[in-house]
Each structure stands twice: as structure tokens, then as C-alpha cells.
Design a protein around this ligand. Structure first.
Ligand code: SF4
Ligand code: SF4
Length: 524
């Protein structure tokens, strides 16, 4: 104001003094002798030595500085971070963190916006996505101690994120908070390791592999309270949480028996199926339904037998060593399949997100790019068949009313609602979209004893909506959301692929699934 009004400024100061001699109204805001007050607290860019200062603020202030004015703020030197967990340069961390301009939109609690499930139930600053960006910016700028990365307090704040990606989608600046959080969690775990309950989640595939050998013995035990009490005490898995039954024979073994693990010789469109943990060990019927639908459309399917789980739980708890190993293994295997002409399909949205998006945080090479560009979530692929006029529409009617939930990780792929669209093609089926936000399951987050109640609070809107007597069953693509949707009701929740297969006359078991009420401690 002093620069703008020049000679009038002292007069303005005197008038203000007459009305406010104590200086209690907006002290120092407009009428102040402090020339630097308007730029002192601006966020200055963080730059590695030698890099040009590219921020809009810097160029604006640099060009408008006049004699007598305060000098523009200089860039903060970038801290030398040599051991980053993801495959990126500290400058990229700084650039993503400083994209956050503090608007606070990520503190919203309104629907149908999804961000942030944590902030919605605990509306405190540390639960907001913005807090995570601020902490990382503090570390790369040197404002916070480097040792903060290995402090429990910082980890507790980063743990208020389960990588649903909703903030990345809805933030006006598109700040990639899940990537920043992964870096911070990874740094902590690299220094301090993980607790037993996280170790159990990271190695769920090993447990499931052993468990499937004893499935006839373990499955009845899963429905007993004493066994679930033992599981909670020994492994940290919430005793009240409904769990899926183990398949006596995992899908990969069934596929081998059916010779789907042999490469396909045919030309034309062909698919390599990546099943991930749930469809392999708990719901092989789902993967078989998908193969049945593809075969019906004349699309040959190859199941790479050496595939491993995608590794979402490892990423979520910050166990980057295992996540990297899984990413390297799956990427090399699937890139090879792509080179042989396969398109990669997976029925699990979280696995699709890993293959398309999250693996590239660790592996920015030719193989990772090839896999990312040639992978689709299964319903997305089938919906594309439909829009290309190649989907068989000879469905038999299903007389049922469903509540459909769009999983956050499918939403994060920005492909619309392909599963819901497919369901709407089936005659007789009434589909309601459930707009109650995130299910709160957060992959394996809601399995843990200490997160069980938090997870239920996050998903309560969705569970309550499903209790509506008008809705007969739930539908969703994500196995974790299914677990949450069946938690508070006796209604089943089915993958759209299973309903589609049933409508094609391929999966008669769905008839029973739709009519039978669920059990207390196990999923349908
Ligand atoms: S993370 Fe995005 S939405 Fe949240 S304060 Fe920063 S810019 Fe705004
Ligand atoms: S990714 Fe999801 S849980 Fe994590 S901060 Fe963003 S909105 Fe919150």
C-alpha cells in the first residue's frame, strides 16, 4: 500500500491511529512500516544447486522488484537425500511437495467427494493430505531434521493414509500424496523394520499358500470365536472381521490342470491373466468366470504360472524391499508376455493400479512402461469390447436389486464405471450406485486389530446403505471392499464379472450366492 499510495500513505496511517490508537484492529496488516511483511512468509521454491528457479512467484517478484523494495525470496537449497526409497530424485520430491498450495480442499467432508477417509473421521490437520505434503517439504528444504523420517511421530502421521489415491484425483493441483507417503513410510521401515502384524499382512500370500494345503481343516475354524481370538492375539488380525474361506486348490494350480498355463499360439487378441492374491487363494471361481467370458468371445487366455502377488500390502506398510522384489519379478514376466502379443488383464483393481501406476514409482524402465501401457482391469477391458461392438449381449435375465460400490483403486485408474455399466446391460437387474465414499477397508488396513473400528467408522455410510431392505446384494470389483460390504450385513457382495458370467449361463452357483444369507465370521 505504501508503494501504491506514496504521499497519501502517512495520512492513512494518521487516520488509522485516530480510530485505533492502541493498534488492535488488524495490527500490521495494511498500514505498517514493515516493507517485507507481504513476502516474508511466502513459500519459497526448493532447488538443487545449479537448477533454475522455475516458480511463478520467483519470476513475478524478480521482474517487479524496484529500488527500495524488498528483494524476492531466494530458493531454499535442496537437502541432499542420497538414499531415497522410490526411484526418483530429491528434486522431484520437492517439486511434488511444493505443488501443494495449501488451499485446504483436502479437508472436505462433503460427498460425493472421496478424500480423505482419515480426515473425515478425525478432522485434525495431521490427518489431512496437506499435512503429508507439508512434512515432506519440511524435510527436503532442511526445515525439519532428516532424522524426522525415522521418528515414530512422523510415521504415525504417514500411517493416516492407506493409498486410496482420492486426494491425487481431487486435489486442484493433483499433488501425488500417496507417492510422498510411500517415500516417508519406506524410509522409516528401512531404518526401523515393521511390527509382526504388518509382517503378517506383507506375507499374506505365504500364509494363504500354507493355509490352502489345510483348507478343509482351517475353513471351519475361521468361523469359530476361539480360533479367531487366537488369530487376533497371535497375528493381529481383528477377531470380529469377516474373513474369506481358503480355496482347497488355488487358481494357479487349477489353471495348470486345465492347461491355461501354456502359451497360446493363436494370432489376434489374446490375454495374459494376472490374478493377484484374492482370486488365486480365496476366490478361484472369479478368475475362472473371467476366463469363461473371454473364451466365449473367442479370446484365448494364458495364465503365466510364475506370477506372484502384486504387493499392495507391502507398499501400504512401507516394506519397499519386498514391494520392489515383487515389482521386478512381475514386471519382467509380464513385459515378456506383452512382447509376445498378450494384453494383461486382472480382476483386482489394486493389482491393476500397481501394474499401471505404482510399480513405476520404483522401476522407470522399458519393461515397466510396456506393462503399464498394456494392462487393463478386467471390467474395463470388457466394457471396451462392448463399446467396440464385440461384446456378446445374449444375457439371460437376473431378477435382483444390487447396490454397486465403485472402489477407490478402480476410480484411481480414471476409467469411469465399467463394471457398473456392464451390470446395467443385464436384463432384469436393477443397479443402484452407492455414493457413500470410501469403504474404509484400505486394502489390508481394516484387517488389523488396531484399525478395525476406525475402518468400520470410515465405511459405516456404505454398510448402512447396504442394509436398505430394497437392496438384495452388493456388487464391487475390489476384494477388500467386498470384505467391508459384507461386514455389517448378511447380504452377499459379488464381483460384476461373476454376475456377468452367471448371465451368460456360466456360473450357476451365483443363484445360490444371491439368495443365501451370509454367515457371521466368514464371507460368502
Ligand atoms: S494437497 Fe491439494 S487439496 Fe490439499 S491443501 Fe494441498 S493443494 Fe489443496
Ligand atoms: S491417498 Fe487417500 S488416505 Fe491417503 S492422504 Fe490421500 S485421500 Fe487420504
Amino acid at each position: 500500500l505504501a508503494l501504491q499510495e506514496k504521499a497519501l500513505y502517512p495520512l492513512m496511517q494518521q487516520i488509522k491511529y485516530l480510530w485505533d490508537p492502541e493498534g488492535i484492529l488488524n495490527p500490521g496488516k495494511l498500514l505498517s512500516d514493515d516493507r517485507e511483511q507481504c513476502i516474508r512468509n511466502l513459500r519459497v521454491p526448493i532447488r538443487a544447486p545449479g537448477l533454475p528457479n522455475r516458480s511463478a512467484h520467483a519470476s513475478a517478484t524478480a521482474s517487479s522488484a524496484e529500488p527500495g523494495e524488498a528483494e524476492p525470496s531466494q530458493p531454499t537449497p535442496l537437502r541432499d537425500l542420497t538414499e531415497l526409497q522410490l526411484d526418483w530424485h530429491p528434486q522431484q520430491v520437492a517439486e511434488i511437495a511444493e505443488q501443494c498450495f495449501g488451499c485446504g480442499r483436502c479437508r472436505t467432508q462433503s460427498l460425493p467427494e472421496r478424500m480423505c477417509p482419515f480426515f473425515r473421521i478425525v478432522p485434525a490437520e495431521e490427518a489431512s493430505p496437506r499435512a503429508k505434503a507439508n512434512l515432506l517439504r519440511g524435510i527436503v528444504s532442511g526445515r525439519l531434521e532428516l532424522a524426522s523420517l525415522t521418528q515414530d511421530q512422523l510415521k504415525q502421521i504417514m500411517d493416516l493414509c492407506f493409498h486410496c489415491h482420492s486426494c491425487r484425483l481431487e486435489c486442484p493441483a493433483g499433488v501425488d500424496i500417496p507417492r510422498l507417503v510411500s517415500e516417508a513410510k519406506g524410509a522409516y521401515v528401512a531404518a526401523k523394520g515393521i511390527p509382526l502384524s504388518d509382517w503378517v499382512l506383507v506375507h499374506l500370500d505365504k500364509w494363504a499358500a500354507w493355509g490352502s494345503l489345510l483348507a478343509p481343516l482351517i475353513n471351519p475354524l475361521l468361523a469359530t470365536r476361539w480360533f479367531r481370538w487366537v488369530m487376533e492375539k497371535a497375528l493381529g488380525i481383528a477377531q470380529g472381521r469377516k474373513l474369506p474361506r481358503l480355496a482347497a486348490q488355488p487358481f494357479l494350480r487349477r489353471a495348470e490342470r486345465k492347461r491355461w498355463t501354456r502359451p497360446v499360439r493363436a494370432d489376434g487378441p489374446k490375454v495374459a491373466l494376472f490374478v493377484d492374491l484374492y482370486a488365486n487363494y480365496f476366490d478361484p471361481q472369479l478368475a475362472e468366470a473371467l476366463v469363461g467370458i473371454l473364451h466365449r468371445h473367442g479370446i484365448p487366455v494364458y495364465v503365466p504360472p510364475e506370477q506372484k502377488i502384486a504387493g499392495t500390502p507391502a507398499l501400504m506398510v512401507g516394506q519397499m524391499e519386498r514391494f520392489r522384489r515383487l515389482a521386478e519379478h512381475n514386471t519382467a514376466l509380464l513385459a515378456d508376455a506383452v512382447r509376445q502379443g498378450y494384453h494383461i488383464l486382472t480382476p483386482e483393481p489394486a493389482a491393476a493400479l500397481c501394474l499401471i501406476h505404482e510399480y513405476r514409482w520404483l522401476l522407470d524402465d522399458e519393461d515397466a512402461r510396456l506393462v503399464a501401457d498394456n494392462t487393463s482391469e478386467a471390467t474395463t477391458y470388457l466394457w471396451r469390447l462392448h463399446t467396440g461392438g464385440r461384446l456378446d449381449l445374449k444375457f439371460r435375465p437376473i431378477q435382483a436389486t444390487l447396490g454397486y460400490h465403485l472402489p477407490c483403486r478402480l476410480r484411481a485408474l480414471e476409467v469411469g464405471t465399467p463394471g457398473e455399466n456392464l451390470l446395467r446391460l443385464i436384463p432384469g437387474l436393477v443397479v443402484y450406485r452407492l455414493e457413500e465414499g470410501c469403504s474404509g477397508m484400505g486394502g489390508a488396513f481394516g484387517l488389523k486389530r488396531e484399525h478395525y473400528r476406525t475402518s468400520l467408522r470410515m465405511g459405516w455410510g456404505l454398510i448402512s446403505r447396504l442394509r436398505d431392505p430394497e437392496i438384495q446384494a452388493g456388487a464391487t470389483e475390489c476384494s477388500a471392499c467386498k470384505i467391508q460390504m459384507e461386514q455389517g450385513t448378511t447380504k452377499p457382495t459379488l464381483h460384476p464379472i461373476k454376475l456377468l458370467a452367471y448371465a451368460y449361463g456360466l456360473l450357476p452357483e451365483v443363484e445360490t450366492l444371491l439368495r443365501q444369507p451370509g454367515k457371521e465370521l466368514v464371507l460368502t
